[in-house]
Design a protein around this ligand. Structure first.
Ligand SMILES: Cc1cc2nc3c(=O)[nH]c(=O)nc-3n(C[C@H](O)[C@H](O)[C@H](O)COP(=O)(O)OP(=O)(O)OC[C@H]3O[C@@H](n4cnc5c(N)ncnc54)[C@H](O)[C@@H]3O)c2cc1C
Length: 278
């Protein structure tokens, strides 16, 4: 995991004035950064936009390696890992939770935390939960990238938006989201989305030369407030679920870990009410 700066660019979802408001709100919340005006953005970053927020505290990682590392760590702490085990039914039992797994197997647990990503459990009401489709590309750099890009991730306050970062000599960029729950699985979207995202990168950073080598698509699960849902499973006092992490899984999973750990110990968390199922 490598520390990175983050450059959040004004776009059609937030112009420079709104970005300045966002910046002040962040300052009040103790999140530091600096406002970059149009002139400096052009001179220092070669980007033609009204403004941006430049902040520290971001990071870049290979998500597969990161996950494998975390799993190794929890194993060292005594966890046992079972895969694949499709949980088909969940019910409360005295002092615990029954999980019925396929092939007539079952697990009895004191406490259960369901981290099913963008899929919600059957019994969870999902009136406002939305699944959208998103696309991403990776490509080889042809020539040296701008120096600042080596330690900075970039994203835009725009709809559709673009995000990009470097991973060694590869560029990873994504966006072009569509508010459709299954569009990501249509293979014929891959080539046009690949071309659109590559165009978006060229428009933003005309001097960055690269050749796309990979394109892929996936789903995002969002809530209307963009906050995740961290709550007890209705009817199962010792069952918890963590869902709708949007594009902020790293931050929200840490918040969820804190809230649930405290609840299991019988402690109160003043932030827990922010993430309850409505
Ligand atoms: C394109 C894209 C870019 C992203 N970028 C970022 C980023 O820059 N920063 C960031 O912090 N986050 C980002 N995210 C979000 C992040 O990837 C997710 O929040 C995170 O992966 C969620 O992890 P998880 O372990 O909670 O769920 P997942 O990784 O989704 O795992 C859930 C697991 O539960 C399993 N499961 C579901 N139902 C059952 C069942 N009934 N029985 C057994 N198993 C079941 C699924 O098979 C799956 O393996 C991004 C997501 C996408 C799609």
């Amino acid at each position: 995991m490598k520390p990175r700066r983050s450059l959040y660019l004004a776009g059609d979802a937030m112009d420079a004035r709104e970005l300045a408001r966002e910046f002040r709100a962040r300052q009040r919340a103790g999140l530091h950064g600096e406002l970059v005006d149009r002139d400096r953005l052009q001179r220092h970053f070669g980007i033609d936009r009204d403004g941006a927020i430049l902040s520290r505290g971001s990071a870049s990682a290979n998500p597969v390696q990161l996950t494998a590392g975390l799993l190794r760590r929890v194993q060292q702490c005594g966890a046992r890992i079972y895969a694949s085990a499709n949980v088909q039914h969940v019910s409360a039992s005295r002092g615990g939770v029954w999980l019925e797994v396929e092939n007539d197997r079952a697990v009895l647990a004191n406490h259960v935390v369901f981290c099913t990503g963008y899929e919600l459990l059957h019994d969870i009401p999902k009136p406002s939960h939305e699944i959208i489709s998103t696309w991403a590309v990776a490509g080889d750099l042809l020539g040296a990238p701008p120096r600042w890009l080596r330690n900075t991730v970039v994203w835009e306050a725009a709809d559709p938006y673009l995000y990009l970062r470097l991973h060694g000599n590869q560029l990873i960029a994504g966006g072009r989201d569509e508010r459709h729950p299954t569009r990501y699985s249509a293979r014929d979207t891959l080539a046009p989305k690949r071309a659109r995202i590559a165009d978006d990168v060229h428009t933003l950073l005309p001097t960055l030369d690269f050749k796309t080598t990979h394109v892929w698509a996936g789903a995002f699960g969002n809530s209307p407030t963009a906050l995740p849902i961290i709550d007890r499973v209705p009817g199962i006092p010792r069952g918890w679920f963590v869902a709708a992490l949007g594009g902020n899984g790293i931050t929200y999973s840490m918040i969820a870990a804190g809230i649930i750990r405290r609840a299991v110990r019988g402690e109160r968390d003043p932030n827990a009410r922010l993430f309850r199922l409505q």
